[in-house]
Design a protein around this ligand. Sequence first.
Ligand SMILES: [Zn+2]
Length: 366
Amino acid sequence: MAILTFDVVEESDSARNGVVTIGSKSYQTPVFMPVGTRGTIKAATAKDVADIGFDVVLGNTYHLMLRPGSKVIQSIGGLHKFAGWDRLMLTDSGGFQVMSLGAKFDEGGVRFKSIYDGANVYLTPEGAVTTQEEIGADIAMVLDVCTNLPATRDQLQRAMDLTHAWAKRARSAKSREDQAQFGIVQGGSEDDLRQVSAQAIVDIGFEGYAIGGLAVGESREDMLRSIESTTPFLPNDRPRYLMGVGDPVGVVESIARGVDMFDCVAPSRLARHGGALTFQGKVHVKNKKYEEADEPIEMGCPCLACQRFPIALIRHLLLVGESTAGTLLTIHNLTFMHRLVAGARSAIREKSLDRYVTTIRSAYAR
Ligand SMILES: [Zn+2]
C-alpha cells in the first residue's frame, strides 16, 4: 500500500483537480494550507480552522523543534494530539526559516542560533527527517538550500547541488512508513537549472514534489516562468507544492500552471494587521469610511466574522487593540483562501479557469 496516493479527477490545460489520500484521510487539490507556526494557526483555534473546512494544515519544524522540542511533542503522542488537529498535516524542514535568519551552510548541514535563547544548533538532512518523524505529521519535507533572489548562477548551482545531495541523504534516513516525504526542486530563476533540479529530485523518488526557492525576491513573471520550466519534468501522478506562495493572484496563476498545493503566512499575518482579502480585492478595515459601516466585510462570505458582525465592530476592535479583531479577520482571510481554491476547482471543472484568473487579477490590480 502506497503511503500517499494522488488521483487526478479533472484536468483543464495544465491545471488539474485531484485528491491526495494518506491512510484513511484525504484532501482535495488545488489546496491552500494555513500555517500553524508554533502548534496553532496564530489567533485562531484548531476548531476555527476545521470549521472553515480545511483538511490539511502546515506546522513549522523550525519553531516546534526549538520550543517545545520534538521529544516533548512525541511524548504527548505527536503533533496531531498536541495541536488538537485530527486531519492531515505537513511539516516543513525548518530550512527556510534558518536561511532567512542568516545561517551558515556546509556540506554536512546548516548551523544557526536559536531565536529563543541564542543556542547553537546544527541541523542536518538526517536530523530534519528524525525531528519530523518525532513530530509526526503526515507529510514531511526534506531539508533544502534556498537562495534569496537575485543570486548569481554560481550561487544557485551550488545551492542546487547541495539540495540534491541532501535530498538523497534524507530519503535514506526516512524510517516511518506512515509518513510521506516530499522532495524540493531548486534552481532559482534559471530555467535550465530548474529542469536539472526537477530531474535529479524525481530520480531519487518521493511521494510528492515541491517547487522551492520562489517568492524570495523575484518578479511575478520570473516566478511564473520558473514554475513553467519545472512542472513538465515532474510526474503527473504526484502532487506539486509551491512553497510559501499565498497571495490570491500568485495562487490562481500557479494553479493554471499545474500547481496543486500552497502555504503562506501572509493571509493570517495581513489579518492581524487589519487587512481583509475579498473577491473585490483587499479591504483596509481600519479605514475611516468603515466607522459606521453596518455591512459585513464581504457579502456572501460564510465566515463567522461576516455572518455575525458589521465591519464597524471589527474596525473598532482593531483601533482599541482588542485581540478578537485579529481572530475574526484571520477566520475571514482563511475562509477567503479556502473559497479562492474551491473557486479554482469549480473553474477547472467548468473549463473556465482563464476567466477566473482574470477576475482575481483585476480585483487585486485595484
Ligand atoms: Zn468573511
